[in-house]
Design a protein around this ligand. Structure first.
Ligand SMILES: [Zn+2]
Length: 643
């Protein structure tokens, strides 16, 4: 029998919670029942942002550890849609788990070492999870990930964020739910804003339970799990770039010091950012641009800063327990409160984040003023989740401006959402409640998705091969050809290694050992810019030598784009092209390669990328890692499509 008070008391003692909320208890109890049932059932938990869903996901393992009863699962596999949020959740879980004796927690995503899918708690991106589940691994231990998954319980969190025109990811999940629950693996799916259609696809072939049983059973007041949004203003005939120049916006900035601006495209976010940056009146404001086409290190650095500054109470870096609110002072990366600012420091009167939908993914910030382009209802609700986020905040304000067009969303979703906001929700209170309460936002989302048609998955594509393969996945039978075609998303991700224009990259020269197909690396390190690197690689090619870049050097400067971004007129888009002597255009692909160090002659694990040059004509852009031509990357704005 589950004794919930065991977790509650332990977590209170450790200072993690005051008490478990009603629906947290309900969900944990139900998960426990589902897990112990002889008839396989999966559990859907639909609760608002800020309610504390991660705690529900971790509770079963926490309980087992505290009670010393490991009869349900050996571990936890926690699956999330993006790398950034995987990182955040891993940190949060670690903080709780390391106090109750669970130490082996791993983060698994495209930029971590994913060959070893083994831990007590594996926090994985959806893509990495799919590959591990389907045995698409670079390791020899094909069955290890499947074994880890089969002996854990499985949590899909923020599941609403997986979206594509075929509902392909939802179909994948449906297959996985079917075979895992048949095998007795307890499964929990959690969301705040998943449209009904998506839910139906995911749970198509399994028996499902829900918490709350009926969404109308959820009667808790908005104020108990988040702050209040006081006003929602709709700007008909006003586009984002006009709004950020308007006197109305400037007036708002007299009262609001924490502002979040969300554009639907990277290009528009970058334009708005440039406008604000060059505005003299905002000289004392910290303005930060965040989107998905920034190098990993740059993005991490910016996110770290805004996570600290975009809060009602901000911790001072003076080693006391000072807390203050904006305006504050910055001393390099240090935040200094008004009390501690003795010498002359740079004053920050306020902060403006200019972002794309990437902030919908769990960036834990709270603004006073949210300005957003109209987007599908579920996206708007997630964005509003970053406004007045803390339960004691009261004066949140949203401004929704007319979008330039519907891109990148399906037209009908943006149109339905805009029309509903404009024509059906007459008062500011009504709009605010539809962006914040669970029940009303569920209604808003389903209005937006009314008439939304899902595209059929092409019959003979890799997508349908993957689905068929997952449906028939057998132990002991390894279908290598199907495995090689496994795809986690409809569009293949392309990893871009993005050195800055004048940045010197450390590289090593390697000589191919003919018989063994291995490279021996020289010890000497060269420092080359991206353009020099390509020229050098071309020169070395003649001598059977190659250039190698260290894994960490690459990963710090990495980000992903969708393959579709490159396919303009079916040629590799020029962002990947390097011009050699004006006659030869090449693409630089980076391949993981087995190497031998010259001095030790010990084979090391593949820790290096080999630079492979391909001529434009023969270059077919497939999944993989490529070097971005640095002429297209701006240190501040990232990769922005040149018109
Ligand atoms: Zn201080």
């Amino acid at each position: 029998m589950l004794d919930l008070s065991l977790i509650e008391k332990e977590y209170q003692k450790l200072g993690f919670i005051e008490e478990l909320r009603f629906f947290q208890k309900e969900a944990i109890k139900r998960l426990f029942e589902c897990a112990q049932s002889t008839r396989p059932r999966s559990l859907l938990v639909r609760l608002p942002t800020g309610y504390g869903k991660t705690l529900i996901g971790e509770a079963l393992l926490a309980y087992e550890s505290i009670a010393g009863d490991w009869s349900i699962a050996r571990g936890l596999t926690y699956v999330l849609p993006t790398r950034a949020i995987t990182h955040d959740v891993r940190i949060r879980l670690e903080k709780h788990f390391c106090n109750i004796g669970i130490k082996d927690i791993k983060e698994l995503h495209g930029e971590s070492d994913t060959s070893d899918f083994y831990a007590d708690v594996s926090v994985a991106t959806f893509d990495t999870f799919i590959c591990a589940y389907a045995r698409k691994t670079f390791d020899y231990h094909l069955e290890k990930p499947a074994g880890v998954i089969a002996t854990s319980y499985l949590v899909f969190d923020e599941a609403h964020m997986l979206q594509d025109k075929y509902l392909y990811s939802h179909n994948l999940m449906s297959k996985i739910l079917a075979s895992c629950s048949e095998a007795g693996v307890p499964i929990l799916v959690m969301t705040a804003t998943m449209p009904k259609q998506f839910e139906e696809t995911i749970f198509e072939s399994v028996e499902k339970e829900s918490v709350p049983d009926n969404i109308y059973d959820f009667k808790e007041s908005v104020k108990s799990y988040r702050g209040l949004i006081e006003r929602v203003d709709i700007k008909k005939d006003m586009k984002l770039l006009e709004y950020v120049k308007s006197s109305e916006f400037k007036n708002e900035l007299k009262q609001k010091r924490r502002v979040l601006i969300v554009a639907n495209t990277v290009e528009r976010a970058a334009e708005a950012y440039k406008k604000l940056q060059s505005d003299q009146e905002l000289a004392n404001w910290e303005i930060v641009l965040i989107h998905s086409r920034l190098r990993l290190d740059d993005r991490n650095h910016r996110e770290k800063l805004v996570r600290r500054l975009m809060q009602p109470q901000i911790k001072c870096d003076c080693n006391t327990n000072h807390e203050d609110s904006l305006p504050l002072y910055l001393d390099g990366d240090k935040i200094i409160c008004k009390n501690c600012a003795t010498k002359k420091l740079r004053e920050v009167s306020g902060i403006i984040i200019v972002a794309t939908q990437t902030v919908e993914a769990g960036l834990d910030v709270s603004c006073e003023l949210l300005i957003t382009e109209c987007a599908p209802a579920d996206a708007l609700i997630q964005r509003a989740g970053r406004c007045s986020r803390r339960p004691n905040e009261e004066n949140g304000e949203c401004v929704i401006v007319q979008p330039v067009d519907e891109k990148p969303y399906p037209k009908i979703l943006v149109q339905n959402s805009w029309n509903y906001l404009l024509n059906e929700l007459k008062s500011e209170e009504e709009r605010a409640i539809h962006l914040t309460s669970l029940v009303h936002s569920y209604e808003f989302i389903n209005k937006a998705y009314k008439g939304f048609e899902v595209k059929r998955i092409p019959e003979i594509s890799e997508l349908s091969i993957t689905l068929r393969y997952l449906e028939a996945i057998y132990p002991f039978v390894v279908d290598h050809s199907a495995i090689s075609k496994v795809k986690a998303r409809p569009s293949a991700p392309i990893f871009l290694f993005a050195p800055l224009k004048d940045e010197k990259i450390p590289v090593l020269i390697g000589l191919l050992k003919e018989k063994k197909q291995r490279y021996i690396l020289e010890k000497r390190v060269l420092e080359l810019t991206a353009h020099e690197l390509v020229a050098k690689a071309r020169e070395l090619n003649e001598e059977n030598k190659s250039l190698f870049v260290d894994k960490n050097t690459v990963r710090k400067r990495l980000f992903t784009i969708e393959k579709a971004y490159l396919s303009i007129k079916k040629e590799p888009c020029n962002i990947l092209l390097f011009d050699l002597n004006r006659t030869e255009k090449v693409v630089a692909k980076l391949n993981y390669t087995r190497i031998t160090m010259q001095d030790t002659s010990i084979e090391e694990k593949a820790q290096y990328y080999r630079i492979n040059l391909h001529r434009l004509k023969e270059a077919k852009i497939e999944e993989g890692t490529y070097m971005l031509n640095p002429d297209f990357y701006d240190e501040k704005c990232g990769l922005v499509r040149v018109k």
